[in-house]
Design a binder for this molecule. Structure first.
Ligand SMILES: CC(C)(COP(=O)(O)OP(=O)(O)OC[C@H]1O[C@@H](n2cnc3c(N)ncnc32)[C@H](O)[C@@H]1OP(=O)(O)O)[C@@H](O)C(=O)NCCC(=O)NCCS
Length: 172
């Protein structure tokens, strides 16, 4: 019988074949209604074109597998060169609830930041709800700092939340 101590962890770039599992895990985290702006995943076709584009463009998007099961993701997608924002990666991530606090988020973050740096990005930005203290703690551990906050930036399920804008410079 497999135990937690025997679990195998793998972090690798996402592949097209991962799309259905990625969609399912993304949808699960969305439906928790606490952490992501979306309350459910986009339709499968939308997720598919998103991932296909990331694979084709070699954008930093990694997944974590536990015993072969997709358990989380992290991506840092660059802005548009025509907008002058190609040097900035916008970071998003999530780990399925049963797999949290096992080090996957940190492994995913290392992989994505390394690749973002290799790809020439100089700044990573993200937005996180102030109530999401676990994620904020993770980001701070990686050196992200608060740039500002949109006060009462979300009102959902009878609660206001601030949206905290955080960033990390990769070239300092
Ligand atoms: C945020 C999230 C991705 C972290 O992933 P994770 O795999 O649980 O994180 P890790 O186990 O690698 O934790 C690394 C460190 O981050 C911090 N951390 C993570 N979750 C924490 C929590 N709930 N409370 C306090 N600190 C936390 C700790 O410093 C932790 O190190 P430690 O376990 O040695 O104390 C995960 O909690 C998640 O998916 N949350 C829901 C989705 C979400 O919030 N996405 C980000 C939206 S901006």
């Amino acid at each position: 019988m497999s135990t937690a101590s025997q679990a195998s962890f793998l972090v690798r770039p996402i592949q097209v074949a991962d799309i259905p599992d990625f969609h399912r895990v993304l949808d699960g985290v969305c439906r928790e209604r606490k952490y992501l702006a979306m309350l459910e995943a986009p339709p499968l076709e939308g997720t598919e074109s998103f991932v296909r584009n990331n694979v084709q463009m070699d954008h930093p998007q990694f997944i974590a597998l536990v015993n072969g099961q997709l358990a989380g993701w992290c991506d840092a997608l660059p802005g548009e060169s025509t907008h002058g924002t190609a040097h900035i990666g916008h970071l998003g991530m999530g780990v399925a609830k049963p797999f949290r606090r096992q080090g996957l988020g940190a492994k995913l973050m290392h992989a994505v930041l390394d690749k973002a740096r290799d790809k020439g990005m100089v700044k990573i930005e993200l937005e996180v709800y102030a109530s999401n203290t676990g994620a904020v703690t993770l980001y701070q551990r990686f050196g992200f700092e608060e740039e500002g906050r949109k006060r009462r930036g979300r009102f959902l399920d009878d609660h206001y939340d601030d949206v905290v804008v955080m960033s990390l410079f990769l070239d300092t």
